[in-house]
Design a binder for this molecule. Structure first.
Ligand code: GLP
Length: 240
């Protein structure tokens, strides 16, 4: 596992953008896209490189990590909408080639297997961006998630609903259920790139990188992966 500690959040975003750019310039790349605030600076930097340095996403495709269940795709906080407004709309990545788990279909229980099959048919994910929750969750795999889990429905913890309430009018509007790639699914991506800023993430980063491999810190599953880059600022690295 490679740990890259940069001085500022802008440096972190630029390092993450460098990694993604490498894949995009090398040929048709399948990008694993994460929502949450942590990757936003990297998306903005990639959009800047698209505009100013002809970084071409036309051959790329993308898969989202997770989605709320029961929120219409058109809702501005569905991850389907968020990834469009924060990234896809600002580069020449074909929106039809960016897939997300369908959280509003009739067969939610069957959606996980369908989504995993779609990732497999695309040849797997080349580079997977990951944020981390303060409790060590990745995607929406809350503590206790099986390290080999596949894409499936999960129930959010009260803490994660409270954390995500900032994006909604009130915590009552935050869905209780989500579809998330499992830890086993995420681990099949060929390169995992975790991005975290700030003191609030220092404990989770230390547990993920140096703590015991445990379902109680879902991000510790990265310790089993052969190609991981963790890009953090000094604050998020402060407990390493
Ligand atoms: C949500 C997302 C995760 C994300 C986490 C942390 O739970 N499902 O993918 O990593 O939030 O978000 P942030 O980066 O805003 O701290």
């Amino acid at each position: 596992m490679e740990i890259v500690i940069r001085s500022t959040p802008a440096d972190v975003s630029s390092t993450v953008a460098d990694i993604v750019e490498g894949y995009v310039r090398r040929g048709p790349a399948t990008l694993g896209l994460a929502t949450g605030s942590s990757p936003l600076g990297s998306y903005r930097e990639l959009a800047r490189r698209h505009r100013q340095q002809a970084l071409d996403f036309s051959a790329a495709r993308g898969f989202l990590l997770d989605e709320y269940v029961g929120l219409p795709k058109s809702h501005d906080q569905s991850y389907f909408s968020v990834i469009r407004s924060e990234f896809v709309d600002h580069v020449n990545l074909d929106p039809d080639r960016v897939l997300s788990p369908n959280g509003e279909g009739a067969d939610i229980a069957g959606e996980g297997a369908r989504y995993d099959a779609a990732i497999r048919e695309a040849g797997g994910v080349d580079v997977q961006l990951l944020g981390i929750g303060t409790d060590g969750h990745i995607g929406f795999n809350e503590p206790g998630s099986s390290l080999s889990s596949r894409t499936r429905v999960k129930t959010l913890t009260e803490q994660t609903r409270l954390d995500n309430a900032r994006f909604f009018d009130s915590v009552d509007d935050v869905p209780h259920h989500v579809l998330t790639q499992g830890l086993g699914t995420i681990s099949e991506a060929r390169h995992l790139v975790m991005v975290a800023y700030g003191k609030g993430k220092a404990g989770a980063i230390a547990a993920a990188v140096e703590g015991p491999l445990s379902a109680f810190c879902p991000a510790s599953v990265m310790q089993l992966h052969p190609h991981v880059t963790v890009v953090v600022d000094e604050a998020a690295a402060s407990k390493l």
